[in-house]
Design a protein around this ligand. Structure first.
Ligand code: SAM
Length: 295
């Protein structure tokens, strides 16, 4: 895999001497991981069929070498194939049965279905998605997983309107996708500094809406599967400054780095450090970024 020079320079700045380990991990295919859908099956039901090893930061996540995506259990909705680092966002948001949850950019529904299972199919999730083709996949996955506490909406998240306010909001934002290099090396082809700026503009607009729908004391998780500070820490800093949210620490059984406090001459507020950056070589996963914000 040939990482373009400009991108390599950016990553070397972030990785402080671990660039070679990072590049080596990105050149290997990812481990297969899945979540047991506890709406339809117990952990034992599924792990007794597939030789599995727990994902340490997810209650229902497992690694396996089996081809679970081709299995009858997958077809029946007993499991959902999901990249292990991405399981973190819903775990951090931690929705419970009585919550009203907004999932502003939801397709194909990995995290919506994960949250529905955590909520035991109670409470309410509004799952919004702009792309109507991807919305079909979201609906399909909700049906396959037996989710009944979720309504879907098909608008630009930046124009999402509702009289409701939400206890928890997930903004798993569209991004430059560099964290998915292991499964999709093609992400390198569309990478450019211009695209990073474009994504950052969309992410800020989505953040403005996500924050505006959060109830007092409510929790908003902002996540991406990329490494650009413009798409990560800068958006969190914007949420803190413009919407008065606070950024809380995220703990768990994974190796991570704190959010950056400075990038290319821009300084971010001290709370931004509480967000987490996960690089592929640290836990043998995809790349991920998450921040836990509270009103
Ligand atoms: N949360 C999803 C999951 O776990 O399966 C993945 C979400 S993906 C990172 C981002 C999604 O945002 C894509 O499906 C994309 O089509 C959608 N999207 C992009 N721009 C959007 C917008 N302005 N409003 C709503 N959704 C948008």
């Amino acid at each position: 895999m040939q990482i373009p020079g400009v991108l390599e320079a950016r990553l070397r700045l972030q990785l402080e001497g671990e660039y070679d380990e990072f590049a080596e991990a990105c050149s290997r295919p990812p481990r297969t991981s899945y979540r047991v859908n506890t709406l339809k099956a117990s952990i034992d039901d599924v792990t007794s069929v597939f030789d599995s090893e727990p994902v340490p930061w997810s209650h229902t996540g497992f690694y396996t070498e089996a081809r679970v995506g081709d299995s009858i259990e997958h077809f029946q909705g007993l499991l959902y194939v999901q990249e292990s680092a991405s399981m973190l966002a819903a775990e951090v948001l931690d929705p419970v049965e009585c919550d009203c949850v907004l999932d502003l950019t939801a397709a194909p529904g990995s995290k919506t279905t994960q949250m529905a299972a955590m909520m035991k199919n109670e409470g309410c999730i509004v799952a919004n998605e702009l792309d109507s083709q991807r919305l079909k996949t979201l609906r399909f996955n909700l049906n396959r997983m037996g989710v009944v506490n979720t309504v879907v909406s098909n608008v630009d998240g930046a124009r999402f309107r509702s009289k409701m306010r939400f206890d928890r909001v997930l903004l798993d934002a569209p991004c430059s996708n560099l964290g998915q290099l292991r499964e999709n090396p093609e992400a390198l082809k569309s990478w450019s500094e211009g695209n990073v700026r474009r994504c950052a503009g969309v992410q800020r607009k989505l953040m403005d809406v996500a924050a505006s729908f959060l109830k007092k004391d409510g929790v908003l998780v902002y996540s991406t599967c990329t490494f650009s500070p413009e798409e990560n820490e800068a958006v969190v800093d914007h949420a803190i400054r413009k919407h008065g949210l606070s950024c809380e620490g995220i703990g768990g059984e994974f190796k991570s780095r704190n959010g950056l406090l400075e990038w290319k001459g821009k300084r971010y507020g001290p709370e931004v450090e509480n967000s987490v950056r996960i690089y592929p070589h640290e836990n043998d996963t995809g790349g991920f970024f998450a921040a836990k914000l509270r009103r």
